[in-house]
Design a protein around this ligand. Sequence first.
Ligand SMILES: Nc1ncnc2c1ncn2[C@@H]1O[C@H](COP(=O)(O)OP(=O)(O)OP(=O)(O)O)[C@@H](O)[C@H]1O
Ligand SMILES: [Mg+2]
Length: 232
Amino acid sequence: MERIKLEMKKIEIEFPGVKALKGVDFETVGGQVHALVGANGAGKSTLMKVLAGDNTHYAGQIVIDGKNVEIRSPKDAKHLGIEIVYQEVDTALIPYLSVAENVMFNRMVNDMKGRFLVDWRKMRLESQEVLKKLRVELDPDAIVGDLTLAQKQMVLIARCMAGECRMLILDEPTAPLSNAETEDLFRVVRGLSADGVAVVFISHRLNELYEICDTITIMRDGRNVVRMPLTK
Ligand SMILES: Nc1ncnc2c1ncn2[C@@H]1O[C@H](COP(=O)(O)OP(=O)(O)OP(=O)(O)O)[C@@H](O)[C@H]1O
Ligand SMILES: [Mg+2]
């Protein structure tokens, strides 16, 4: 997998009555865990939704691997290898399906094009491979509705990694987690960055950023105000 090199330049987003992004610059590379911090309403989620293809009306420039790209749909983002896990994990999961089915969900939908049969055995094995690679211990046959929130989050991260993900955005992933669950998540994030994935980690907790992140971008009122390495 080729490491991503991403640059966002002068990104602007306007919603009715509010200019949420006023010319934001952001850059990161594969292998980096990049903290994105700032007060409520600073524009962190809005900026990352641009990358995920969920804020399609942005102005400004996005350069990936030296080429100008447009991200005008979630599909565009996927093709570029960019995936996001939002805090509201339940809306992205199908509670009455298994871990394997939820992990392989996007693949399942894509593979089904023009066909009516899914190779369940293959899908289950592939989901196990993904979970194993992430070193997440989850029963592929467990029903997702029965999982804890932390486990559901892992299912979504695994779903991202089942595709060709080069950049993973986690929007305030630790807010609802216990300390032990946070440590589990950090272990997974470290593994991903060692594999060359660019991880963006949105958080309010400064202390944990020092533990997991190597670069920090601080936003305030729709602008990026600081970008610097974090020394450990
Ligand atoms: N879909 C939308 N429609 C209208 N306004 C929006 C929309 N999304 C975000 N905003 C506004 O844009 C600004 C930035 O919001 P955003 O959610 O990006 O902040 P944030 O930094 O993620 O904050 P938080 O830490 O609370 O998650 C806020 O003023 C917010 O109200
Ligand atoms: Mg937010």
